[in-house]
Design a protein around this ligand. Structure first.
Ligand code: ATP
Length: 368
């Protein structure tokens, strides 16, 4: 078992700073939960409270239905992997991995068996006699994970474990940690500021901002149904585009319009929710993949089109990012690399109005 539950949990540091505010959440047994959010939002504090490395100053944390607030870290059956690996430099890889078990006075043969088995799982048997300073970043990271595995904990905690690795290795290790989770079937709780890691690894994403949980959902729900503008902006790369404007009614139809001459007709499924916003200010959001050159959408309806100027072109190989400017806005499109656009071109851009989002101007909560 390895279910972690937060009940009205808060953390106020000794200097009075309230880093985590009244959090309620269930991190499911055997699932992979990713806690994501911008720097300083309280992710690490949250993880360290689960580990027992940080005192809980309000509420209760349960592990498998038992309150652990006053249980010491070593008695929580949890293993944590840190960003800086935290390996002992004077010990070999074997000794690093065996250290925690020795401290807990495991029988010698059991230590040998567990270290060997973890090393095999991680493909690091050939490193067992080496010292950490002779290893690459990726190898050190595997050893740090190995040291956690040998403990056979009920819960693994990862604090930005890949942030010291180069981009390619980060992607590779991301996959390896996912495979490890599939193999071990143990609860994993993983902190990152990288939305891509959150999207690709998590069964469940917990997005935090300013010490609070903003939304808890699986990756696809988080992407398609963000709770507010903050989540819509944070999840997805490049980020969602936003435009300020208002809703107007013409006959029976609703339109999003703004001072830059944008006039886009709303789809039926958006109209019901937006009736009460007629003639009011609103924030319109659309993802870069829902932007296209009219050349590729010859039958696009006139009220799904914006005129825009090509400002910056970023070829990515399999796709191309184009930064467009209108009279009053700029936005990014993720287009087919076959597109034949040049800097300064004035083009007709089609927005997939079925997929767009609207946010309340005051609260920034999602309307639809
Ligand atoms: P990052 O991604 O930058 O590591 P984070 O989301 O993990 O950020 P935390 O490390 O949990 O954020 O810190 C949350 C807030 O609490 C920050 O504003 C930080 O400055 C503050 N904080 C952290 N540790 C302490 C401390 N010991 N005393 C006072 N404030 C602290």
């Amino acid at each position: 078992m390895g279910k972690v539950v937060f009940e009205n949990v808060g953390k106020t540091y000794d200097n009075g700073f309230n880093a985590v505010k009244d959090i309620n959440i269930e991190m499911f047994d055997k699932k992979f939960t990713v806690i994501v959010g911008p720097s300083g939002c309280g992710k690490t504090t949250t993880l360290r409270m689960i580990a027992g490395l940080e005192e809980v100053t309000a509420g209760k944390i349960y592990i498998d239905d038992k309150v652990v607030n006053n249980i010491s870290p070593k008695d929580r059956n949890i293993a944590m992997v840190f960003q800086n690996y935290a390996l002992y430099p004077h010990m070999t890889v074997y000794e690093n991995m065996a250290f925690g078990l020795k401290l807990r006075k495991y029988p010698k043969q059991q230590i040998v068996d567990r270290v060997k088995s973890a090393a095999e799982i991680l493909g690091i048997t050939y490193l067992l006699d080496k010292k950490p300073k002779t290893l690459s970043g990726g190898q050190r990271q595997r050893v740090a994970v190995g040291r956690a595995i040998v403990r056979k904990p009920n819960v693994f905690l990862f604090d930005e474990p890949l942030s010291n690795l180069d981009a390619k290795l980060r992607v590779q290790m991301r996959t390896e940690i996912q495979k490890l989770h599939n193999k071990l079937k143990t609860t994993m709780i993983y902190v990152t500021h990288d939305q891509m890691e959150a999207m690709t690894m998590g069964d469940q994403i917990v997005i935090m901002n300013d010490g609070e949980i903003v939304q808890v959902a699986d990756p696809i729900t988080m992407y398609n149904n963000p709770k507010n503008k903050f989540v819509a902006d944070f999840i997805g790369s490049p980020s969602m585009n936003f435009m300020n404007g208002r809703i107007i009614k013409k006959g029976t139809d609703l339109f999003f319009v703004n001072d830059g001459g944008v006039q886009l007709q709303l789809f039926k499924h958006h109209m019901d929710k937006l009736e009460s916003y007629i003639d009011k200010e609103i924030i319109f959001g659309f993802r870069p993949e829902h932007v296209d050159d009219k050349i590729f959408v010859p039958d696009a309806k006139v009220n799904t089109i914006m005129k825009a100027t090509v400002d910056v072109i970023e070829p990515m190989g399999s796709e191309i990012y184009i930064y467009f400017k209108t009279k009053s806005n700029s936005f990014i499109g993720k287009l087919n690399p076959k597109v034949q656009l040049k800097l300064g071109d004035i083009v007709e851009i089609v927005i997939d109005m079925e997929m767009v989002h609207f946010f309340d101007k005051e609260t920034e909560e999602t309307i639809v």
